[in-house]
Design a protein around this ligand. Structure first.
Ligand SMILES: [Zn+2]
Ligand SMILES: [Zn+2]
Length: 270
C-alpha cells in the first residue's frame, strides 16, 4: 500500500495505475493525472489489465490534472467516483463541460499559467494533439501537457502529443536542474495510418526522440498495457519500445512500469 511507506519531502514516487492515469507523489503531496478506472473504452474496447490501484485504495489526493477530452483521458464515471472535494484542473472548455456534468470542483488553467498545489508549481502548455472527443466538437480540441515542480523534483506529463518543441521549452523552466521524470505516451499504428497517427501521437521511436530533446533524467512510458486500441493491441507499442532499447544510448534511463508498479527517485543532485 502506498500509504504504508511515507515519502520524505525530497522523494518523488511515480505509480503507473494504467493508461494515462499516474499517481505522482512529491513527498506527501499527491497529484493524479487523467483518471480512468473504467472497464472499457466506449462500448467495445476492453481494459486488459485492472487498474494498478482501485479508487478505494488511493491515498488522499491533492489535485487532479486533465489533459484533454478524449474518453481514455476524461472519464466522467471515474471523476464522479473520486472524492468530490479534489480540485480538477483542465482547459476552460472542458471545465465548462465538467460543471454541466455535475463535477463542481473543476477549475480552469490556461496555457502558460502557473498554479500552485501546496508547494508544487504546475504549468500548462499546449500539446500537439487534437483532443475533441467526438471530432465535431472542435471547441474542445485543446490538449495540454503539464510541468510539475516543487523546487526539488520535477515531472513533465505530456498527455497525448506528437513531437513538439513545446515539451523541451517547458522542461527548460527547471534549469539549471533537469526534469527528473518525463512521462511520455507510446503508441503504435499500422503502416497505412502511421503518418496521420504521428501528427498527434508518439510512436515508441518518437517518444525516445522527444525524451532526447527534453533531456530528462528518466523516461517512464505510459498509454500502454491497459486498453485495446482500435487498430493496435495494448502491448504493441511496449514491444516496439523494448526492441528499440537494445540499441538506444540511454536505455538504462528508460524505466518501464507495468500497471501497479512504482518508481521512487531521490532529488536530483545535478
Ligand atoms: Zn487523445
Ligand atoms: Zn490517449
Amino acid at each position: 500500500m502506498v500509504e504504508a511507506k511515507l515519502l520524505r519531502k525530497e522523494q518523488l514516487r511515480i505509480t503507473y495505475i494504467g493508461h494515462a492515469t499516474l499517481l505522482l507523489e512529491f513527498g506527501d503531496i499527491r497529484i493524479l493525472t487523467d483518471p480512468n478506472f473504467d472497464e472499457k473504452l466506449g462500448y467495445f474496447l476492453p481494459r486488459v489489465t485492472p487498474p494498478g490501484m482501485r479508487i478505494a485504495e488511493l491515498p488522499r489526493i491533492d489535485a487532479i490534472l486533465l489533459t484533454h477530452a478524449h474518453a481514455d483521458h476524461l472519464s466522467f464515471r471515474s471523476l464522479r467516483a473520486l472524492p468530490s472535494d479534489i480540485p480538477v484542473y483542465a482547459p476552460l472548455t472542458i471545465v465548462r463541460w465538467l460543471h454541466r456534468e455535475r463535477i463542481p470542483n473543476a477549475r480552469p488553467i490556461t496555457s502558460g499559467q502557473i498554479i500552485h498545489v501546496s508547494r508544487i508549481a504546475i504549468e500548462a502548455t499546449t500539446a500537439r494533439h487534437t483532443g475533441a472527443r467526438y471530432g465535431i466538437d472542435r471547441w474542445r480540441s485543446i490538449a495540454y501537457m503539464y510541468l510539475l515542480d516543487d523546487g526539488i523534483s520535477s515531472v513533465l506529463f505530456t498527455g497525448d502529443t506528437a513531437i513538439t518543441p513545446a515539451a523541451s521549452t517547458l522542461a527548460r523552466r527547471v534549469l539549471p536542474r533537469r526534469v527528473d521524470v518525463a512521462l511520455l505516451p507510446i503508441g503504435d499504428a499500422p503502416w497505412w495510418k502511421r503518418s496521420l497517427f504521428r501528427r498527434g501521437h508518439l510512436t515508441s521511436e518518437d517518444a525516445l526522440s522527444l525524451f532526447d530533446q527534453i533531456n530528462a533524467r528518466i523516461f517512464v512510458p505510459f498509454h500502454w498495457g491497459t486498453f485495446r486500441h482500435v487498430t493496435s493491441g495494448a502491448y504493441d507499442a511496449i514491444r516496439v519500445l523494448r526492441a528499440l532499447l537494445t540499441k538506444y544510448h540511454r536505455a538504462s534511463d528508460v524505466r518501464i512500469l507495468a500497471p501497479g508498479e512504482s518508481l521512487v527517485l531521490e532529488a536530483s543532485r545535478q
